[in-house]
Structure formats: C-alpha cells, structure tokens
Design a protein around this ligand. Structure first.
Ligand code: HEM
Length: 253
C-alpha cells in the first residue's frame, strides 16, 4: 500500500497492480463498484489464484520458446560462417557500438530475415497447442463435432514447398526481395494464427531481435575445437531446442 501515496490511482500502473491492488482501492479498472470481497472469492477475476495462474502461464509460454529460438539462431550462425559475417557487417554498419534498440530493426533487413528464417526452419512448436472445438464445425468438407481435439501442425505451413523455395534448408532469402529488403511471407506462422494466436508475439519478436543482435554484436560463434562435427539436430521438449553442443564465443570487442 506504500505505492498508493505517490501513484495516481486512476491510472493503472502495471498488470499485477491492476489485478492485485487496484480493486482494493475502491473501484475496478472497468470503473465498476469495487470489491474487496471480490478478491476473496476464488471464482472472480481479481482473486490472487487467477493472478498467479496468468503469470505462471506467461512465464512458461514466454521463456523456453524465446531461448530455444535464440539457441537455434546461434546454431545456424556456427554452421554458416558466411551468413554470420553478413549479420556482423550489418550490425557494425547500423548499430556500431551502441546498445541495440528496436528501432534499429527497420534498417537491418538481413538480420531480420535471419531471425524469421530461424523461426521458420527451426519450427520449435511443431504440434502448436492442442485446442478443442466448442461447437460442431463444418470446415473444408469435414464435419468436426463439438469436443474434438485439434492439433494444427505448424510444419504444414512453415515447411510448405508451395510457399517457400527451399523449405528444408536454412535460406534467409525466403524473407528478402531482389533488392535485399525484408519481405513478409503469408505462411510465416510460428506464432500460429487466428483468435488464439500467441499473445506474446510482439514481445517475443522484440526480444529475439534485441537478444540476437546484442549477442552477435559482441561475439563471433564457432564450433568448439573439442568436437568433430557440429549439427543442427533437434532435441526434445515442448519448445524444441537444438541438441546441446559446445561452442566458442570469441569476443569482437
Ligand atoms: C519465439 C517465441 C514464441 C513462439 C514461437 C510462440 C508460439 C506460440 C504458439 C504457436 C502458441 C499457440 C497458439 C495457438 O494455439 O494457436 C502460443 C500461445 C501462447 N503464447 Fe507464445 N510464443 C512465443 C513467445 C511467447 C511469449 C514471449 C509469451 C509471453 C510472455 C507468450 C505467451 C503465450 C501465451 C500466454 C499463449 C497461450 C494463448 C492462448 O491460450 O490463447 N509466447 N505461443
């Protein structure tokens, strides 16, 4: 409650604040009559069980996915030193020694293409998330009864040969036009699509750009001399990372 002295209580300060503190102050964020007792009822939105559940979901959905993608990006840089060099060149030209910012992205089509191609090719959530129909559905000639489990395989779009020239290769040109400018692809759906699309998509895209460029700005990645052959093999997990392999991070500074 210390915060209340200096916060403007009519302006929600954060998600946690909105659910955990605001309703107790006298009115809900929606301007409805407040309810301290609402916070005590486990069936209401403002109960702390709900807050805990939402935050756990955000952490679970938001950490492994992003870190697995970064691990794939580094793996591809180790395997493709000529591509790594082009990313380094673009970082040196656009960012230099500054701290990477999200507004650098629009001037970095090659790096942006690498991140998109990493997500497309690595396909870290091939089984997506299972969903269930809430009513009978007729879709593309099929009757799908209410209560059917649906597992939309993202590979069917991410590796679709009618959509990508070289679906089974790491090929950044999938996201570049003939002028070297970044191009969006309709079939790029690592975050799925529709009403249940990943709620963290925008945050994840910002994180991927900032983490990847920060790492690449500071290091050159090479296979460790201790290992004979470096692979892009899939490990297991919900968000599938590459297998663990030793690499050398050579400082560029
Ligand atoms: C590279 C990073 C990420 C990828 C590839 C990814 C991908 C996905 C996919 C495919 C889904 C399922 C969508 C569907 O069922 O159709 C999903 C759901 C979800 N994602 Fe992400 N995600 C990423 C990062 C994040 C981040 C950073 C957050 C939040 C901090 C997040 C939060 C969620 C949540 C809460 C759901 C469940 C949404 C729902 O059930 O309606 N994700 N994500």
């Amino acid at each position: 409650m210390m915060q209340v002295n200096w916060l403007n209580v009519s302006v929600p300060q954060s998600f946690i604040w909105t659910i955990a503190i605001y309703p107790g102050l006298g009115s809900s964020p929606l301007g409805e009559p407040a309810a301290d007792q609402e916070k005590l009822d486990p069936n209401t939105y403002f109960h702390e069980n709900n807050l805990l559940s939402i935050l756990t979901t955000l952490f679970m959905a938001g950490t492994d996915t992003t870190s697995s993608t970064i691990r794939w990006a580094i793996t591809f840089m180790v395997l493709k030193p000529e591509i790594q060099k082009r990313v380094h060149d673009e970082i040196d030209k656009v960012i230099g020694s500054a701290v990477p910012r999200i507004d650098h992205r629009k001037d970095m089509p090659y790096t942006n293409a690498i991140i998109h191609e990493t997500q497309r090719f690595a396909n870290i959530l091939p089984m997506n998330l299972p969903r269930e129909t809430t009513r009978d559905v007729f879709f593309q000639g099929y009757n799908i009864p209410k209560g059917t489990y649906i597992i939309p395989l993202l590979e069917s779009v991410l590796h679709d040969e009618t959509q990508f020239e070289k679906p089974r290769s790491f090929y950044p040109e999938h996201f570049l036009d003939s002028e070297g400018q970044f191009v969006k692809r309709f079939a790029f759906m690592p975050f799925s699509a529709g009403r249940r699309v990943c709620v963290g998509e925008t945050l994840a895209k910002m994180e991927l750009f900032l983490f990847f460029t920060s790492l690449m700005q500071k290091f050159t990645f090479r296979p460790s001399p201790e290992i004979n052959e470096f692979h892009a093999k899939r490990a297991t997990g919900l968000a599938i990372p590459p297998i663990s392999q030793k690499i050398c991070c050579v400082s560029r500074i």
